[in-house]
Design a protein around this ligand. Structure first.
Ligand code: NOJ
Length: 475
């Protein structure tokens, strides 16, 4: 694991925080008027989620709000990034408002503010109201209108207390896993649907940003994109080109329209569908997206990727790379994801290479020097447990975080305008299709009882926040 040669101090106004998302922690899925979302439906469909786990109870955050707020304060968190559950406040996605749902978020936001913690809510972290799904969901443009209605409601209610808003979390994941390969809700495998949703999600970002800018006086709007630096595993022209295509699929196809550009034209299966006249992109759409450029960009980063061109796969295998054509990331695309068989990995199977974080930050900052950046997610999945003394010791997570926070500091030293780091995650939680098996939290959650136990990484991160540095003393 890389270590910085000297302690890396972060700017005094650098924002340190933690991240969560509604469906992953709240529970209370059918309480106080909440309507179902596509994740309720998906997780209750046999075979979709490991062990048949659901978010019905999750960490029971809905009922343990005060205790969790106290833990955030104990950590010294300056920022809490969380998401609103759309169907808790608008049970059928539009129309009738559920006042009890709004009151829950009043309590959350007020509880943060009284503890001196800045709330940064996300409007959409994958939990589309089921009622909207039944009307066509994200494949239908009417969902974009419903999203604008929801954004207006939330802006009007909380805009006096919240200025930084994230519209959408990880459009690539929700589009690609949800509609191209069916691993996430709503579980479809249809390239045309994926291309349509990809576009409608960007329209929703723009419509949501416009609604917030109209209702919140000092609105500052971001979007959270999942990113990885993507390296060619072999130094050949074909694999270098493949890495470029993979990056365009993962990042450029979102970031370019969001910042005033067009869709890439090199993505097999997708680019033709985004051509004007092909029925998805209407005249004026790209201008509408560009008009609501984000004020800042959030990056969720966990690991870099390595790819090869299909014709280089056998050579790569001889050199110790492991990979199969047609793995989920690559279906229908001219690149293949590979890893070193011996590379250290988290329980998600993700390689641990902190330099990937520095490299992606530098790359995006060079492309968009005027966009302030935040790391809105980064963290380590383990198989943590309570030992006989009741402690949750997670030295591997500390090691991961130390390397990645140091890489973020190095990016700042490289000139990147990086404003904050929000660790994923505050609590162990429902890891989507993987259920409760991977534990990402710095607080251990005993699911049968709900008991919270801060892990050793919690104390370590508290030290980082207090000293604004890694590589110093115990940090
Ligand atoms: C991305 C998502 O935003 C979050 O919901 C998920 O739990 C983490 N990454 C880890 O996979």
């Amino acid at each position: 694991m890389e270590q910085p040669p000297t302690p890396l101090p972060f700017p005094a106004d650098f924002a340190w925080g933690v991240s969560t998302a509604a469906y992953q922690i709240e529970g209370a899925a059918a309480e106080d008027g909440r309507g179902p979302s596509i994740w309720d439906t998906f997780s209750h469909t046999p075979g979709r989620v490991r062990h048949g786990d659901t978010g019905d109870v999750a960490t029971d955050h809905y009922h343990r709000l005060d205790e969790d707020l106290d833990l955030l304060a104990d950590l010294g968190a300056q920022v809490y990034r969380f998401s609103f559950s759309w169907s808790r406040v608008l049970p059928t996605g539009r129309g009738d408002v559920n006042e009890k749902g709004l009151e829950f978020y009043d309590r959350l936001i007020d509880g943060l503010l009284t503890r001196g913690i800045r709330p940064i809510p996300t409007l959409y972290h994958w939990d589309l109201p089921q009622a909207l799904e039944e009307e066509g969901g994200w494949e239908s443009r009417s969902t974009v209108d419903a999203f604008a209605e929801y954004a207006t409601l939330m802006g009007a209610r909380y805009g006096d207390r919240v200025s930084m808003w994230t519209t959408i979390n990880e459009p690539w994941v929700l589009t690609y896993l949800g509609y191209a390969i069916g691993a996430h809700a709503p579980g479809k495998s249809d390239t045309t649907a994926a291309a349509r949703v990809h576009h409608n999600i960007l329209l929703a970002h723009a419509a949501g940003a416009a609604a917030l800018r109209a209702t919140v006086t000092d609105a500052s709007i971001g979007i959270a994109l999942n990113m990885s630096e993507i390296y060619p595993a072999l130094d050949t022209p074909a694999s270098t080109e493949a890495a470029g295509i993979a990056f365009d699929q993962l990042v450029t196809s979102y970031l370019s329209p969001l910042t005033g550009g067009a869709y890439p034209t090199n993505l097999m299966g997708y680019s033709a569908l985004w051509a004007e006249g092909a029925g998805i992109v209407a005249p004026g759409d790209l201008a509408a997206i560009a008009a609501e450029r984000p004020d800042w960009l959030s990056i969720n980063e966990y690991h870099p990727r390595y790819v090869v061109a299909p014709e280089d796969l056998s050579t790569a295998r001889l050199e110790g790379w492991v990979g199969e054509p047609g793995t989920p990331f690559t279906i229908g695309q001219p690149f293949i994801d590979v890893t070193r068989g011996s590379a250290p990995k988290t329980v998600m199977g993700w390689i641990i290479e902190p330099h990937g974080l520095r490299d992606i930050l530098v790359r995006i900052s060079r492309q968009h020097p005027d966009l302030p950046l935040y790391i809105s997610e980064n963290g380590y999945a383990g198989a943590d447990f309570l030992d006989q003394s009741g402690a949750a010791k997670d030295p591997e997570r500390i090691e991961y975080l130390r390397g990645h926070i140091a890489a973020a500091g190095q990016a700042i030293a490289d000139g990147v305008d990086l404003r904050g780091y929000f660790l994923w995650s505050f609590l162990d939680n429902f890891e989507w299709a993987e259920g409760y098996l991977p534990r990402f939290g710095i607080v251990y959650v005993d699911y049968p009882t709900g008991l919270r136990t801060p892990k050793s990484s919690f104390d370590w991160y508290r030290g980082v926040i207090a000293s604004k540095a890694v590589g110093r003393g115990d940090n």
